[in-house]
Ligand binder design. Sequence first.
Ligand SMILES: C[S@@+](CC[C@H](N)C(=O)[O-])C[C@H]1O[C@@H](n2cnc3c(N)ncnc32)[C@H](O)[C@@H]1O
Length: 231
Amino acid sequence: MSALPNDYDSDPERFLSSGKYPHDDVHPYVAARLARARARRVLDVGGGNGRLARLLPGLSMSCLLIDLSPAMLALAPRPVVRADGSRLPVADASVDAVAALYTLYHYADPRVPIREARRVLRPGGLLAACAPNRDSNPELAPVLPHWGARSTFDGEDAAAIVTSVFSARGDQVEVERWDGHLNTLSTAAHAAGFLRIYGMSDAEASAAASTLDLPLTMTMRGCIIYATKAP
Ligand SMILES: C[S@@+](CC[C@H](N)C(=O)[O-])C[C@H]1O[C@@H](n2cnc3c(N)ncnc32)[C@H](O)[C@@H]1O
């Protein structure tokens, strides 16, 4: 099991390519959940180019986006701070909510940034984290040599990992899973863009996409974890 590599500065298009063909994803659901929790001050850790952060001001929330990658920070809505999620430059108990979406698999030990998130949350504050499952998109297994490989924060293990940190009396952890036909790759360009997310180069992704029987509907699986710090 290893942490997924951080290539957001060396190959930003690898991550950004999937955004050219948007599909149903967690960001609006997480934003709505933070609003229902009456969050006002939100920290988006590993916030990337701001897919969540952009939604929050319209729901009366302010957001500070934290990321390690200058390339992502350049594309993100302000305010931003370049920092490591393992050492947040934020005071104890000072925010209402922390988001860590599709980012905890970049840490060798994701419990470290989860502990940091819990530290900066006020009592009663909410952490939202998410990850795809190892068995997500089985339709792509034939073209992905490492399909099913374990990372440090897969959807299958995410709830147990978060619960190991949010374990004080009064802490609560809920899991929302997704498992369904949530995305259809319609063209070779669309498929190649999507395959890039799995770490393929442009050339590899185009070659792999040309072998797929398109359109291809994928079974996407993963989960969002909501953890509440004891009030
Ligand atoms: C897959 S992107 C997800 C971005 C965003 N959360 C989203 O849902 O669109 C992962 C992000 O985590 C950031 N990241 C990785 N390791 C980090 C760390 N140790 N501290 C802060 N950010 C980190 C990367 O730079 C990247 O922007």
